[in-house]
Design a protein around this ligand. Structure first.
Ligand code: DC
Length: 233
């Protein structure tokens, strides 16, 4: 029997982590978990309850609400990936907006939020056979992951990709706002006190500024196959 490994994919926002992670999970028959979707779900909850806005963030109240926040993933066969549910409601379409993106980094600085989500992420990965993407997967969630990747690309490239996605969905956004959001999130994500975005010592850096999706996938898939073979020796 082949033993499964754990694959951690970290990196800056909009580096295409989720696209490659989903494809990799599918090719390997592994489960894909989007940890960013969980931080986004908590953020969406906070927005709905009026706990966060452009001018305030009731952090303590959000902490008190944490027990009432139930996040789950359900596989959608048509889409080929698992959608995120908040207290039983499919919120997949509500969590990728620029509004949620603008607040999520702040919510992700709260240690109590991180603690709760990390425990749940570890639970999802307890049988291995998981590809998880995020900011602290290789450093905090699965420090023993057999394969760790760290994805980077220039801020302009990343903003362009995110902008194209949002326009495609029909959102009215300006490139400048998207670029500003990418840069602000980079800054908050890498300077926060609790679990800042850093590359694990044993991670492999993948700069995809000049790689297309297929090239990137082939590179990572080859690494994964090699690790799995090594693990099963
Ligand atoms: O990957 P994403 O853009 O959907 O993530 C949204 C935000 O959530 C990101 O700005 C930082 C936070 N995040 C985190 O702090 N730790 C993770 N493991 C995943 C995401």
């Amino acid at each position: 029997m082949m033993h499964n490994i754990t694959i951690a994919i970290d990196g800056y926002s909009s580096t295409g982590k989720s696209t490659v992670a989903k494809r990799l999970a599918k090719a390997l028959g592994y489960v894909y978990v989007d940890s960013g979707a969980m931080y986004r779900a908590v953020t969406f909850y906070a927005m709905q309850k009026g706990l966060i806005s452009k001018t305030y963030f009731h952090e303590q109240q959000l902490i008190e609400h944490l027990d009432a926040i139930n996040i789950n993933f359900k596989f959608n066969k048509d889409l080929g990936f698992a959608e995120v549910y908040l207290n039983g409601e499919n919120i997949e379409k509500h969590i990728r907006t620029l509004d949620v993106s603008q607040f999520v980094s702040q919510v992700a600085t709260v240690s109590e939020v991180r603690e709760q989500l990390v425990l749940q992420q570890q639970h999802f990965g307890k049988h291995k056979g998981v590809v998880m993407d995020g900011r602290d997967i290789g450093t905090v969630v699965f420090p023993d992951a057999e394969l760790k990747l760290f994805m980077t690309a220039s801020a302009e490239k990343r903003a362009q990709r995110r902008y194209d996605e949002l326009i495609e969905r029909g959102d009215e956004v300006s490139f400048e706002d998207v670029l500003k959001n990418v840069q602000t999130r980079d800054h908050i994500d890498s300077t926060r006190e609790d679990s800042p975005l850093t590359m694990a010592e044993d991670a492999i850096k993948v700069d995809n500024s000049n790689l297309n999706l297929d090239e990137q996938f082939e590179f990572i898939y080859t690494l994964a196959k090699a690790k799995i073979a090594e693990y099963n020796q």
